[in-house]
Every structure is written in C-alpha cells, then in structure tokens.
Design a protein around this ligand. Structure first.
Ligand code: ZN
Length: 104
C-alpha cells in the first residue's frame, strides 16, 4: 500500500482547500490564499497535500444551519479535535489519510 498515493486535500478554483472531516462527516474549507469573505479567516498552510499542517486551529460553527461546533488542529496530516467539539470525535486525533476524499 502506498499511503502517500492519495492527497487528503482538494483545492477549489478560488484557492480554498477542502478536507473531509470525520467528525462532521462532511467537507470543511480552509482559506489559504485569501480570507474567507464571510468571516475574514485565513490560515497558513505548509503546502503539503498529503500531510498538511494548518495554523491556527480550525473552528466550524453552525454546520448544516444548526448550532454546532467543530474545533480542530490539523498537523502533519492528523486532525486533532479539541474537546469543545460537539461530535463523537471530540478529544480524539485521527489521520486524514483514512478518509478517501478522492472517492467523494
Ligand atoms: Zn468538522
């Protein structure tokens, strides 16, 4: 098995990086080229599609229009969920490589 064979990020035409969040079971967007027009948030990225690191932490509120919080750090291809996340993955770390973004 070639674990480096699949990128865990997908880049949109406007420079947003998408990753599949196992906690929310949906894609989240990370703005690295220009700020998110709604929130002004912008992240630094190590440029790696296989083992990405983003800074600062990624906070998603209101998934699917509900009051919901998903808070995580992504470092070296591993998503580390903060304990204030409101899903079953809170407090856990999981490799993004296990999520087949190419098959979505
Ligand atoms: Zn999430």
């Amino acid at each position: 098995m070639d674990e480096a064979g699949k990128p865990v990020l997908e880049q949109t035409t406007d420079g947003v990086l998408l990753f599949y969040c196992p906690g929310c079971q949906q894609l989240h967007g990370v703005w690295v080229d220009s700020p998110n027009p709604k929130t002004g948030a912008k992240w630094t990225w190590n440029g790696d599609f296989f083992k990405p690191t983003f800074s600062p932490s990624i906070l998603v509120n209101g998934v699917n229009g509900s009051h919901f919080r998903c808070h995580s750090f992504i470092r070296n291809g591993v998503i580390e969920y903060c304990s204030d996340s409101e899903h079953r993955m809170a407090g856990k770390s999981i490799s993004l490589a296990g999520d087949p973004i190419n098959q979505l």
